[in-house]
Design a protein around this ligand. Sequence first.
Ligand code: C5P
Ligand code: MG
Length: 248
Amino acid sequence: MWRLVTSLTALVSSSKSSILNQPASTLKIWKSLTTETPILARHGISTHDCTPFITFVLGGPGSGKGTQCAKIVETFGFKHLSAGDLLRREIACNSKYGSTILNTIKEGRIVPSEVTVKLIQREMESSDNHKFLIDGFPRSEENRIAFERIMGAEPNIVLFFDCPEEEMVKRVLSRNQGRVDDNLDTMKKRLKVFEAWNLPVINYYAEKGKLHKISALGTEDEIFEQVRPLFAACEQINSKTLLFLEGQ
Ligand code: C5P
Ligand code: MG
């Protein structure tokens, strides 16, 4: 698995002048990278020796998480893990948790964290990529705490797609993906669950300075123009970090 390579404390003090030139959004990401997160490894180390770069992608049902994740994958080469898709896959392959997961999804409730985190863990550990978008997770404080405990990791950044309820209902009811939970009855329950369980997680990351709120209204491309600079800034920081380490 991945290992922690070094802390960035030394790097922060010695590269102050260069980061002072960065825009505010870059500095915010820089802070979240430097205060809590180990950095990407040097060139030449295999991907599994790298510390992962983890992005949590949050937002209500129909807020456009999956659509924007596809664009991030295409532009920045992340591995996309949708917690909902991983759970639906367990249903489709009749795993031992399949029927419990199906009933939970039909009710719009949250699947026990152990189950979801293990699915995410399996995907992360078997991936050659080290940059992950974890979409639809954590859905609750329990999800968040289980991830930290089992994976021993925290997200580097957290995206929150902020969308008005009426718009989310409209999108979900018109998307026709054959999902058992895309109906008005379940949608009402999902919105209640979102407010009760997911908003506290969003507030938690806002307080930690890791949250990037994106307005989820507009065209896919307009929304992506709010997302792109965040990841472009991360790439810039990572390449500066690598250059710094190589100079040591
Ligand atoms: O994110 P998505 O809309 O695909 O999630 C569909 C359903 O999967 C949720 O309403 C919930 O029942 C379940 N889920 C979960 N825990 C997660 C993500 C999704 O229980 N972290
Ligand atoms: Mg989705």
